[in-house]
Design a protein around this ligand. Structure first.
Ligand SMILES: [Zn+2]
Length: 165
């Protein structure tokens, strides 16, 4: 019994040491240029972690609320990461922004990539708002996107997560 307990303790200790729970990532633009002033957002807590001096973002996956996240730089978003356990890869991961391929099916189905629901998703309408647009905005039917038209601007807004995609 004593031996069994010792073996059990040894394995618990060993697995705790061997398992890495810190996720480390670098943000890259699609053309493989790395950026240094991005951050990670955890939609469940609204917490953020910024890039450190060496250009790396690192955070603990031991907190289950940190297992849902996305990386962002200048409004460009990575895909949504969903970790199923606290186990993180040992090496630094390359995260790309914007991940247009990831968001395409969500755009097509009008589904929020964070909560995976369509109930709270409304379109973002750009341009100078007309009185009709204002009415629809007040009724939470649309989100006003402003007059500036840029590349990669979000098409939808989830009212539940306050998430643009
Ligand atoms: Zn949502």
């Amino acid at each position: 019994m004593k031996t069994l307990l010792t073996v059990f303790c040894f394995f618990t200790l060993f697995s705790a040491v061997a398992q890495n729970s810190v996720f480390k990532a670098c943000i890259y633009l699609e053309d493989s240029v790395t950026v240094s002033n991005g951050f990670v957002v955890f939609p469940l807590t609204k917490d953020t972690v910024f890039t450190d001096k060496s250009g790396i973002i690192s955070f603990e996956l031991t907190n289950p609320k940190y297992r849902l996240c996305y990386f962002t730089w200048m409004g460009l978003k990575s895909k949504i990461f969903r970790f199923t356990s606290s186990e993180a890869p040992v090496s630094i991961q390359k995260v790309f922004v914007p991940d247009t391929a990831f968001y395409r099916p969500f755009h097509e189905k009008h589904v929020c990539p964070v909560c995976l629901k369509s109930k709270y998703v409304i379109p973002i309408v750009y341009g100078y708002p007309s009185p009709k647009m204002f009415k629809r905005f007040k009724k939470n039917r649309i989100m006003l996107g402003g007059c500036i038209i840029q590349e990669y601007q979000p098409e939808f807004f989830c009212r539940r997560d306050e998430f643009e995609f």
